[in-house]
Design a protein around this ligand. Structure first.
Ligand SMILES: NC(=O)c1ccc[n+]([C@@H]2O[C@H](COP(=O)([O-])OP(=O)(O)OC[C@H]3O[C@@H](n4cnc5c(N)ncnc54)[C@H](OP(=O)(O)O)[C@@H]3O)[C@@H](O)[C@H]2O)c1
Length: 327
């Protein structure tokens, strides 16, 4: 194939933008995909603006998610025309990613599109929804149950946040939301949040353990937020540590762990082993399918719009999910 195609590529020293490429310019992979949609995650914004050290080699095409149709495959499990998706799995980290009209991916990470999802819906969910589902899966495995009490979601208006609110509510949990955007409370409530708490002025106290308020948490913020949450979780509850939008530090003591028996669960969506990855996508298309995807997908953009969206996310101004219509 001598076809040329458009891609959003990132270089070092930092320079990023649309380029016209051929297959010879991108990494090899058993499955060649015509990408229909991708999405914008916080990590994409860090990589695309050069704000965070995400890429392990340069240049690389950005975009940690992609969904599209197989054009050619050296792996017999995939045939021309099959709809597929890939999230995380090294895309835009050590391999070229989804912001490209054509891409070659490793068959080992390709998930057939579940029948109940469109390519656009799959990217509305993307790494953010997969991360929320992985958090739920790991918390359930740690013994979290709806009757233990409410789950609090931080960074609530962001991609992982909105999908966690929807998916945990769908799984029977009462969900509370902590947000820096009090003007979005109506939006968060419409997704299922039963209480919304403003991040501004939130004070968790400084004792090793404070009054236990929530039975569990999905934390997208890190830093002081995560430190505070460890003091506020009820006995036997768990915290899924997903993100670092507010910082990477963690100041706590062993007391909540040895007195209340809480669990701190590390979430790494990118490296999720294939059997779990495949299982989670089946759930996301069925019993955990977000009920409010139409509202959660707040915008659809093109490759040309990426720099503007990246600036907004890096500035903490994300709201819901942005899907990228690639070709
Ligand atoms: N572990 C994994 O596998 C994995 C996967 C996906 C994402 N993540 C991480 O999870 C986090 C959320 O990702 P995302 O894609 O949902 O990002 P996003 O859409 O940009 O959402 C991040 C949200 O965090 C809150 N926030 C932003 N800056 C903040 C600050 N300085 N202090 C406190 N809160 C702040 C904001 O929500 P409010 O205004 O509502 O508070 C913002 O909307 C990121 O750190 C990302 O790197 C991790």
């Amino acid at each position: 194939m001598n076809e040329t195609f458009r891609a959003f590529r990132i270089h070092e020293p930092h320079r990023a933008g649309i380029e016209t490429l051929t297959l010879g310019d991108i990494n090899d992979g058993e499955v060649t995909v015509r990408v229909a949609y991708s999405s914008v995650n916080y990590k994409d914004a860090l990589a695309g603006t050069g704000t965070g050290k995400i890429l392990r080699r340069f240049p690389l095409v950005g975009g940690i998610d992609l969904a599209g149709h197989v054009v050619a495959s050296r792996d017999p499990r995939f045939r021309e025309g099959d709809p597929i998706l890939v999230t995380g799995s090294g895309l835009s980290e050590h391999r070229d990613g989804g912001y490209s009209e054509l891409m070659r991916v490793e068959a080992a990470w390709v998930v057939p599109l579940p029948p109940n999802l469109s390519l656009r819906e799959a990217m509305g969910i993307g790494t953010a929804g997969f991360t929320a589902a992985l958090s739920l899966w790991r918390m359930l495995a740690a013994g979290q149950k709806p009757d233990m009490g409410p789950i609090v979601v931080t960074g609530a208006t962001g991609g992982v946040g909105v999908l966690a609110i929807d998916i945990f509510t769908r799984a029977g949990f009462e969900v509370h939301a902590i947000t820096g955007k009090p003007d979005q409370i109506e939006f968060l409530t419409s997704l299922g949040a039963q209480q919304c708490i403003s991040r501004d002025g939130l004070y968790f106290g400084q004792r090793p353990m404070e009054s236990a308020t929530w039975a569990g948490a999905v934390d997208n913020v890190g830093g002081e937020m995560l430190s505070g949450l460890t003091r506020m979780i009820k006995p036997w509850g768990s915290i899924a540590s997903c993100g670092l939008a507010g910082g990477t530090s963690l100041h706590t003591t062993v007391m909540p762990f040895i007195i209340r028996g809480i669990s701190l669960i590390g979430i790494n969506s990118s490296g999720t082993p294939y059997p779990i990855r495949s299982d989670l996508w089946q759930r996301l298309a069925n019993e955990w399918r977000p009920r409010h995807l139409d509202r959660i997908i707040t915008e659809e953009v093109t490759l040309d719009d990426l720099p503007t969206v990246f600036q907004r996310l890096v500035g903490g101004g994300g709201r819901g999910r942005t899907v990228v219509k690639v070709s």
